[in-house]
Design a binder for this molecule. Structure first.
Ligand code: UD1
Length: 341
């Protein structure tokens, strides 16, 4: 068997974080890793200088789903062209297993795995609703892994061990964090600007991740109003921020959501309403229906309503329930399963 294995996919932090978990586990197991992503999105930022990866390929591909007419046709044609390029790589390195974490970055490498005889495709779907690419290619996959779907042989989500190691049951809300996901969320930032003065008045500490594009505006607001907030655009050390927080107002991207579960950190989710098939809402709904989270539509965000929740919340009970919502070692178990197949 070839010791080379392909990991593909990316675009946003949610996909890349899972790709990173696979890369680390495969690296620990002594595999030679080929990563295939895109020049568009954040793939290069995450993996261009990564020494665990033997070969990095960044293809000039873009998404197809939101395009129309000739634009859609050209994107599809480009993906097809790059599919043949990936096939060349698969033959050269005798690839027999491809792991896709989805996103448009994964398209060409995933199709190539379907075209190559005796090459097996494994998909990790992060969300409660399947992405378009995964929906199409899952029919050809050996196994599809998902934390939200019962067909998955392993339902735990690949979350770094440190979120489990540093988990703690919250018993009082002393610190509240605002998280906008890997790109930040203006709706959450706007809400933070209204809510933070009220929280600070109550003696609550505030942490705020704004995303790159809105950082300046938010930081200036806090400075101008003399509000002492731990504000940053993006951090590589999100675990420290999560660990310090007792309650979080957050987008419901899958990686963030499961990391908070692993850390036993209760959340008030504000799903991104334009996410494909409204998947962020359904990601959060799964937890809310088990009384492990709150959900608020971004158009309904209201400080008074939030403060009511804050007065009534049994933070300890929710935090305790979260402890049983996810188990560690998901990526180890998935990789073991892939190796056996
Ligand atoms: C707008 C959109 O379509 N977002 C999608 C994207 O979200 P997004 O890229 O925001 O993904 P997630 O919330 O799943 O993951 C973000 C990752 O970045 C990390 N992080 C975040 C902030 C920070 O300062 N530092 C840091 O390291 C988080 O800990 C997490 O691991 O992919 C997810 C997984 O497919 C989907 O569920 C989301 O719906």
């Amino acid at each position: 068997m070839s010791k080379y294995i392909v990991v593909t996919g990316g675009g946003t932090g949610g996909h890349l974080k899972v790709a990173d978990a696979f890369i680390e586990e495969l690296y620990q197991k002594g595999f030679n890793i080929i990563f295939i992503g895109s020049t568009n999105g954040q793939d290069k930022l995450w993996f261009e200088n990564d020494n665990r990866i033997d070969k990095k390929v960044f293809l000039d591909t873009k998404g197809v789903v939101n395009k129309k007419g000739i634009g859609k046709f050209l994107s599809l044609f480009n993906i097809l062209k790059k599919t043949f390029y990936c096939l060349g790589i698969y033959y050269k390195y005798n690839i027999s297993k491809v792991i896709s974490v989805g996103g448009f970055s994964a398209a060409s490498a995933t199709f190539a795995s379907i075209f190559k005889p005796f090459c097996k495709l494994f998909i990790h779907e992060q969300n409660s609703k399947m992405g378009k690419l995964n929906e199409i290619t899952s029919k050809f996959a050996s196994t599809v892994y998902s934390s939200f779907h019962d067909f998955s042989p392993i339902k735990d989500y690949p979350v770094s061990h440190e979120f489990f190691h540093k988990a703690r049951i919250r018993d009082e809300v002393k610190t509240i964090a605002f998280f906008g996901g890997s790109q930040g969320a203006i709706a959450i930032n706007d809400f933070a600007l209204k809510l933070t003065p009220l929280l600070i008045n109550r003696g609550i500490k505030v942490i705020h991740q704004t995303g790159k594009n809105d950082y300046k505006r938010v930081k200036e607001f806090y400075e101008k109003n003399d509000l002492n907030v731990d504000v940053f655009d993006f951090t590589r050390d999100i675990i420290s921020k999560m660990n310090e927080a007792d309650f979080v107002i957050s987008r419901a991207g899958a990686s963030t959501l499961w990391e908070m579960c692993a850390n036993n950190l209760p959340a008030y989710f504000v799903p991104y309403k334009y996410a494909a098939a409204n998947h962020q809402y359904f990601n959060a709904k799964d937890l809310e229906s088990k009384k492990m989270a709150y959900i608020c539509n971004e158009d309904d965000l209201n400080e008074k309503e939030f403060l009511k929740v804050l007065n009534d919340i049994d933070i300890k009970e929710i935090s305790k329930r979260l402890k049983y919502s996810i188990k560690p070692n998901a990526v180890e178990n998935i990789v073991k399963d892939i190796i056996q197949k």
